[in-house]
Design a protein around this ligand. Structure first.
Ligand code: SF4
Length: 282
């Protein structure tokens, strides 16, 4: 394990020398977020143009070694809480354990062991006396919500007091294909979003950016507002964010941040037209 200090821009997954567990100093979470990466082969069923995973490929993860995941999580949390990991590796103003997040180098719910992984996290939190005191989040593209084992995992996450951040970047089929390389209909996304929100507290997370100098057009905006409006009664809110870190995908050079003022104006419009609360991180 190196003794370098982690920064908010360093999101490499191998920081603690572990396979499934990695620390991230997260602006979003306001401290050290303990990530769980089930997609150790960097394979995802989507290929978002802004994805920060270097060497991303299409596909799903290899079988998850649940015993190892549990041991790594317990050992790492103990180091964070009782060892000197924070003093050695984390800047003083971020020495706070913020959350545990199923995130990583691909879609977590594509792992058939996802619900068992949630159960292992619950067991560790229980043993360390953290259950109910440390938020557990799932960062997901939501495309496997129809699978019974994923629904089981979502219910288990909710029982832990956890929440879901569900990715909806665009809602028009062309936009989803262009941004996420995913062939979906807005009806299908709505079904997944509502299904997810009925099982666990759910936030939408939306990455909003310009491509080749063009911001999403009015048709794309209307499709997005329509979809959110239809799920709005079930949602906790929306995290609207810009390009926080550089894309590692071939399209990186085509993407650009949208000025803060325009991002805030779009956030206000979403709130006004859908009634859903929006937090903006330009
Ligand atoms: S869903 Fe997440 S991991 Fe998969 S390609 Fe998109 S940003 Fe990358």
């Amino acid at each position: 394990m190196s003794n370098q200090v982690l920064s908010v821009t360093d999101h490499r997954r191998d920081r603690a020398g572990l396979v499934y567990v990695y620390p991230v100093v997260s602006r979003r979470a306001g401290g050290v977020s303990v990530g769980i990466n089930l997609n150790v082969n960097k394979a995802c069923n989507w290929a978002c143009v802004y994805c920060q995973v270097e060497g991303l490929s299409r596909g799903g993860p290899p079988p998850v070694d649940l015993d190892r995941l549990e041991q790594e999580l317990q050992g790492f949390l103990q180091q964070l809480l009782r060892g000197d990991y924070m003093q050695q590796h984390v800047a003083e103003d971020c020495r706070r354990l913020a959350d545990i997040a199923f995130s990583g180098d691909g879609e977590p719910t594509s792992a058939p062991e996802f619900s068992q992984a949630v159960a292992r996290v619950a067991a560790v939190l229980e043993r360390l006396g953290l259950r109910g005191n440390l938020p557990v989040r799932l960062i997901t593209n939501g495309s496997f919500v129809h699978r019974p084992e994923v629904r089981e995992g979502l219910a288990a996450l909710a029982a832990l007091g956890g929440e879901v951040w569900f990715k909806v970047d665009r809602a028009d089929p062309e936009g989803m294909l262009e941004v996420n390389k995913s062939r979906q209909t807005s009806g299908r996304v709505l079904e997944h979003l509502r299904g997810c929100a009925a099982l666990a507290p759910t936030w939408v997370q939306t990455c909003w950016f310009a491509r080749n100098g063009l911001e999403p057009d009015e048709a794309a905006r209307c499709a997005y507002l329509d979809l959110i409006g239809r799920a709005g009664d079930l949602l906790r809110g929306i995290h609207l964010y810009g390009l926080a870190r550089p894309s590692q995908q071939p399209e990186a050079g085509e993407l650009a941040r949208i000025p803060e003022e325009a991002m805030r104006a779009w956030g206000e419009r979403i709130e006004r037209e859908t009634g859903v609360r929006v937090s903006v991180s330009p």
